[in-house]
Design a protein around this ligand. Sequence first.
Ligand SMILES: CC(C)(COP(=O)(O)OP(=O)(O)OC[C@H]1O[C@@H](n2cnc3c(N)ncnc32)[C@H](O)[C@@H]1OP(=O)(O)O)[C@@H](O)C(=O)NCCC(=O)NCCS
Length: 139
Amino acid sequence: MEIRYCEEKPDLETYYDLRASVDFKNFCPEQSQKALDKRDYFIIAKDGEKAVGMGSVVGDGMYCTIVDVTVRPEYQGNHIGASIVNKLVELIQNNAPEGARLSIQLIAAKGKDGFYKKLGFEALPDENAGPALRKLIYT
Ligand SMILES: CC(C)(COP(=O)(O)OP(=O)(O)OC[C@H]1O[C@@H](n2cnc3c(N)ncnc32)[C@H](O)[C@@H]1OP(=O)(O)O)[C@@H](O)C(=O)NCCC(=O)NCCS
């Protein structure tokens, strides 16, 4: 299996298909397209022309949130997810100016914190920060 990693924005169909493959609920089309258009970086993992994984970054160059990390179930366990996350981190780092301080953050899906810890992420709270919080709103 030869996997290619492309810096490419997924089209809506690919985005929905990859999310659905891991049973993630999809967002409404208008919201999704707007969100994808605003993102800083994308990685799509491809087997031939087939998209088998993706991840992206929402950010402003200081606070960078890694989102939508998904690998199709039949491709999981081959270090594709790790490569996607590492490549996103590299893109953030390579595009930062000298002297930058970057907060690369994410919300791990249930049971996936161990995956991110292997890649150097630390769980909050820690000695400097409290827990991560969020408010979910449905319209
Ligand atoms: C989480 C996910 C992206 C991991 O991708 P993957 O390609 O299967 O994982 P990798 O093969 O790159 O794993 C890298 C390492 O993390 C480990 N790992 C993977 N999932 C793990 C988990 N849930 N807990 C602890 N370690 C895990 C692997 O064993 C591997 O360890 P190694 O380097 O010692 O061999 C993938 O399982 C997935 O898409 N899951 C469903 C969607 C999801 O939950 N995404 C995360 C959103 S926050």
